[in-house]
Design a protein around this ligand. Structure first.
Ligand code: SF4
Ligand code: SF4
Length: 626
């Protein structure tokens, strides 16, 4: 049976087909849809699936399940791997009893706005085998293969994808569901394997991890998946030119080779750690000029140069180290063509249809990155800026640290509030650093609810313990909204739930915060007053700005009063638009027949903020929704 699936959908299908029994993860583009797809089928799937509070916890849940004999999958984006790495590194030394697969999605080209981190290096540093997918079919096949290898070597296996594969679709052969024997949960008491109590134990576990890695190469180098894909594959052409490649470049490389009818030898590497050194050496013996194609860091290229030196073969090797290709971004058709042109030392002519290019440019929509219509964060940053002004500080003298998620959009116009964005929860830690560095003026940290649960609690405890005067604003919209509206421990709006809500107020009280206030960001007057007090408070103060994400509220058919502009009262001053940049507003400039005026469209969600900003009282309730 064939299905049109994105890479992430294929991974979800692969997990089901592989007989997975526990799935956990934390949302993060480009990995989120794996669990989203499983969640959508939750009722028909007879296994546990959860959004955990962060990636480290998610991994520990999966590892615990795998130690107790169940097949377990954990999902995350590359930054999540940083969070989970502490536990992964230690479990990798211990190994596991059942299949344990860690899915991580990297983002070359920065489609999701974080560092272009290359997760492949984690595989090396943690002694964990890693499969790197090159197509949507491989997403499905490699999940099954990863569980298979993991159980054969009795250790975790990393599975890596990138945005290009995870977020695009192709026809996939689904294949058969793996029939596993029924496994009862069981965990053996064995401190030599499951603890790190003593140098001798740790070194024995290190040796075991290296043995597992060697075993994974024996299995993986000749592995052929159910649909016939060779994980590592060599093709010897009748030529001295060669390409070694891995990952998402495969589709585009094949397109360039087909388009220009280039005959070349190639070596595809699906198991990127450990690398198939013997296979690479055999390949090197047959070529004089070689291009290494891999996105992000020159991990394979560096090893290929080492191996060429080891066997004493003179090969001209092109890639990133000689600057033929860039370390930055994902590789387009043009990039790969350019690489092959350097390899062949000639140009491959391409006919540009200028008309099509121009037409395509016209279709591009340019829009600023801003908050959605009715977004509660708009009200929070509006009130924060007003509070700073009321306290007679200049806008550019109060440091406001920002955090990951929708809340960071407060760095953009018109608010320009957030000064920093580092990592989950870092706004609260960084703010303390600014204070200890000697910043005399107030420092304010802003963070979303999901990010607070994920990594904001330890730095808040630290601020309380160290008595750092700090105002923390938690923008609590009830959802992990930016990645696709996943639930988090504070979500209260689920219709059917088998979870228990954790209230941020109680958490902050438990952390020792003495000044905690809740504001409604749709009530600017009250919000400004409360934020002013929080900024002036001599200790740690927390303001919880609580209002459900407008898109989610809209989906749940929450109705608020909509607003309109009385054109006779409107002076066309644009104050409302300039201060809020609400997408529901359209400004009509002065014409021969009409004065300038503002219009509020049917998209209005009814937050009411614009009414507060209008100096002439031109904005009024359109319909009264009781
Ligand atoms: S009330 Fe005003 S600011 Fe709020 S959504 Fe409607 S137009 Fe936008
Ligand atoms: S609605 Fe009010 S704030 Fe907006 S342009 Fe008109 S007068 Fe100015």
């Amino acid at each position: 049976m064939k299905k049109l699936l994105t890479g992430n959908e294929a991974i979800a299908e692969g997990a089901i087909a592989a007989g997975v029994e526990v799935v956990a993860g934390y949302p993060g583009t480009p990995s989120t849809e794996v669990i989203l797809n499983l969640m959508a089928k939750r009722k028909e799937l007879d296994f546990h699936i959860e959004w955990s509070v962060n990636e480290k916890v998610a991994f520990e849940i999966a590892a615990g399940a795998a130690w107790a004999g169940k097949r377990a999958l954990v999902t995350m984006k590359m930054s999540g791997l940083n969070v989970a790495s502490d536990s992964i590194a230690n479990v990798a030394y211990s190994g596991c009893n059942s299949g344990l697969v860690i899915f991580v999605a990297d983002d070359p080209g920065v489609h999701a706005g974080m560092a272009e981190q290359d997760s492949r290096y984690y595989a090396k540093s943690m002694i964990v085998p890693m499969l790197d997918v090159a197509s949507q079919q491989e997403c499905l096949d490699y999940v099954k293969a990863a569980f298979d290898v993991s159980e054969k070597i009795q250790g975790p296996v990393l599975l890596r994808s990138t945005t290009d594969i995870s977020h695009t679709a192709s026809d996939i052969v689904i294949g058969k569901k793996v029939e596993l024997e029924k496994r009862e949960a069981h965990f053996e008491h064995d401190i030599t394997k499951y603890t790190k109590a003593g140098a001798a134990l740790c070194m024995a576990q290190h040796r075991d991890a290296l043995d597992r890695l060697a075993e994974s190469l024996k299995i993986g180098d000749s592995y052929i998946t159910e649909s016939g894909i060779k994980v590592n594959e060599t093709h010897f052409g009748n030529t001295k030119y060669g390409v070694i490649y891995s990952g998402a470049v495969e589709g585009t490389l094949r397109e360039v080779l087909r388009r220009f009818q280039i005959e070349i030898s190639w070596l595809k590497i699906g198991l990127v750690h450990p690398l198939p050194e013997d296979r690479i050496k055999e390949f090197l013996k047959t070529v004089d000029r070689l291009l290494v194609l891999e996105e992000l860091e020159p991990l394979i290229e560096t090893e290929v140069i080492r191996l060429a030196f080891q066997i004493g073969k003179k090969v001209e090797i092109m890639g990133k180290l000689d600057k033929t290709l860039s370390l930055i971004g994902d590789y387009s058709f043009t990039d790969i063509k350019k690489g092959l042109e350097s390899l062949y030392q000639k140009k491959f002519a391409i006919e540009n249809n200028q008309e099509i290019i121009e037409d395509t440019k016209k279709l591009q929509v340019k829009r600023p990155i801003s908050f959605c219509t009715g977004c509660p964060h708009r009200g929070t940053y509006y009130a924060l800026n007003k509070a700073i002004k009321n306290l007679r500080y200049k806008k550019d003298e109060i440091i406001i640290t920002g955090d990951i998620g929708c809340t960071i959009l407060g760095m953009n116009k018109p608010f320009e509030s957030c000064w920093t964005e580092v990592a989950m929860g870092a706004s609260i830690g960084m703010a303390q650093g600014f204070k200890w560095a000697g910043i005399k003026k107030p420092v304010i940290a802003t963070i979303g609810d999901s990010t607070f649960f994920h990594a904001g609690i330890p730095p808040l405890i630290n601020a309380v313990y160290q008595k750092v005067p700090l105002a923390v604003i938690i923008l609590d919209n009830g959802w992990t909204a930016m990645t696709g509206f996943e639930e988090n421990p504070g979500t209260v709006y689920l219709n059917e739930t088998d979870t228990k809500r954790v209230d941020i107020v109680n958490v902050c009280q438990g952390c020792g915060v003495e000044k905690i206030n809740i504001i409604d960001p749709y009530n600017p007057e009250e919000s400004i007053k409360v934020i002013e007090e929080a900024i002036e408070y001599p200790g740690v103060s927390v303001v919880i700005s609580r209002r459900e994400c407008a898109l989610q509220a809209n989906r749940r058919r929450v109705k608020l009063n909509k607003f309109k502009v009385d054109i006779s009262e409107c002076t066309g001053c644009r104050i409302c638009l300039n201060q809020l940049a609400c997408p529901a507003m359209i400004f009509h400039p002065k014409t021969k027949n009409s004065k300038a005026f503002m219009e509020i469209t049917a998209d209005c969600f009814g937050c009411g903020l614009c009414q507060y900003t209008c100096p002439t009282g031109a904005i009024e309730v359109m319909e009264d929704v009781e």
